[in-house]
Write a protein that binds this ligand. Structure first.
Ligand code: DON
Length: 311
């Protein structure tokens, strides 16, 4: 399914203005396959509860979810295992550290990762996805994401998944640390395979905006009337997006933009404007904290122009 949204002149102007910031960032290279991305590509999509979608920029560009997937696996395990179980293994506090930091795992008693958006917390959450094999567990994540986007063609980028799996030694060390402290209890290679595939799930900005819209509307797909995520769990996800969705730039982002959002090192950003709409962005050049540099600029401009801030 290609991009179905209508191109929009106002959005195109924002893309044109933000494009000059793409050369202020760099594409992620710690996963070799991500280095192939075009640093100048930029797209934005907005999706409304009534099914109307608008977009601008390089809308055919596909982005792997990377850390954006952390919000979705969190929703899935909260639906399956419940709040009490999930939060007995992972905390609810922002860290102020980079996404892949190991530091707080050692200083925090019980070695409980501080939140599900840092890698240690996300690995703990992915560990909880039920199933008898990596394939079965991955298919459950994929099925959930296809339901959220209403797009049955969504798959994963094998090249990116393999590239992450082959180079994920920091995530392996976080996982072994968590295993030693009994936060997880599975084969680390299986967990890294599942997590790498989850991060490599691929879509366009419009699909990102559709998921953002479901979260914005408290977990309900307004077109089909289906409550895909219980309202309370959508609330928890959005709250994490505000407090830790943009990593150690979350405070600045809350002031400058003021919407729940989640970024990934591929340059994707998924935004959920409560009660209003979802936003999807893809701009591969990243700032030093791992967020899309031009993507943040577009969101700052949109927040001002359309009064999006929830604060
Ligand atoms: O764990 C990793 O390294 C990645 N696959 C996901 C990290 C990520 O997207 C962090 N984002 N800003």
């Amino acid at each position: 399914m290609g991009c179905q949204c209508r191109s929009n002149e106002e959005l195109q102007q924002l893309v044109d203005q933000a494009k000059k910031y793409t050369n202020k960032g760099k594409v992620a290279d710690y996963i070799p396959a991500l280095e192939k991305a075009n640093p100048e590509g930029l797209s934005v999509a907005i999706y409304y509860p009534d099914g109307k979608g608008y977009c601008a920029g390089d809308v055919s560009g596909k982005v792997t979810l990377q850390s954006i997937s952390k919000v979705l696996t969190l929703a899935l395990v909260l639906m399956e295992k419940g709040e009490e179980y999930v939060f007995s293994y992972v905390g609810k506090e922002p860290t102020g550290d980079p996404f892949n930091s190991i530091a707080k795992l050692e200083t925090n008693k019980a070695s409980k990762p501080l939140n599900p958006m840092i890698n240690a917390g996300a690995l703990t959450v992915t560990h909880m996805v039920a199933g008898d094999s990596v394939n079965e567990r991955f298919n459950r994540i994929l099925h959930f994401i296809r339901e959220l986007t209403q797009n049955p063609t969504i798959g994963f980028n094998e090249d990116v998944a393999r590239s992450e799996y082959n180079t994920a030694d920091l995530n392996r060390s976080l996982s072994y640390f968590l295993k030693q402290h009994k936060v997880i209890n599975e084969d680390v290679e299986n967990l890294i395979e599942l997590y790498s595939k989850q991060c490599a799930i691929e879509m366009d900005s419009q699909d990102l905006a559709r998921i953002g819209c479901v979260l914005a509307m408290n977990g309900k797909d307004q077109l089909t009337g289906k409550q895909i995520i219980p309202g309370d769990i959508a609330r928890i996800c959005k709250t994490f997006m505000v407090t830790c969705g943009m990593y150690n730039a979350s405070g600045e982002f809350a002031i400058n933009v003021g919407i729940p959002a989640k970024s990934g090192v591929s340059g994707g950003i998924m935004g959920a404007v409560p009660g209003k709409c979802g936003i999807g962005i893809y701009g591969a050049a990243l700032d030093e904290k791992g967020n899309s540099v031009a993507g943040i600029k577009i969101l700052e401009m949109m927040a001002k122009k359309y009064s999006l801030s929830m604060f």
